[in-house]
Ligand binder design. Structure first.
Ligand SMILES: [Zn+2]
Length: 75
C-alpha cells in the first residue's frame, strides 16, 4: 500500500522492533511482522499484532517483570 505518512513510498512486508511501556514495565518485541515504508521507514503494524503484544505486556506487568526483550511469536 501507499505510505500514509510521506505519501510517496510503498510499504513492503518486513519486521520491526517494537518497544512497549506499561506502568513500570518495558517490553521489547523483536521480529514483529510489519509493513514498512521504503521511503520514510514508517512501520505499519496490524491491530491483531498490536493487541497480542499488549496482552503479553499486561501479563508481564502482572508478574512483576520490569524489563523484557523477546521475539514476537504469532499465535
Ligand atoms: Zn513513508
Amino acid at each position: 500500500m501507499k505510505c500514509l505518512i510521506c505519501k510517496q513510498g510503498e510499504t513492503h512486508p518486513g519486521h520491526a522492533t517494537v518497544t512497549l511501556e506499561r506502568d513500570s514495565a518495558t517490553l521489547v518485541f523483536k521480529g514483529v511482522p510489519a509493513d514498512i515504508c521504503g521511503n520514510c521507514g514508517e512501520e505499519y503494524i496490524q491491530e491483531v499484532v498490536t493487541a497480542r503484544m499488549l496482552a503479553q505486556a499486561e501479563e508481564c506487568v502482572s508478574r512483576g517483570v520490569q524489563v523484557d526483550v523477546r521475539r514476537y511469536q504469532a499465535a
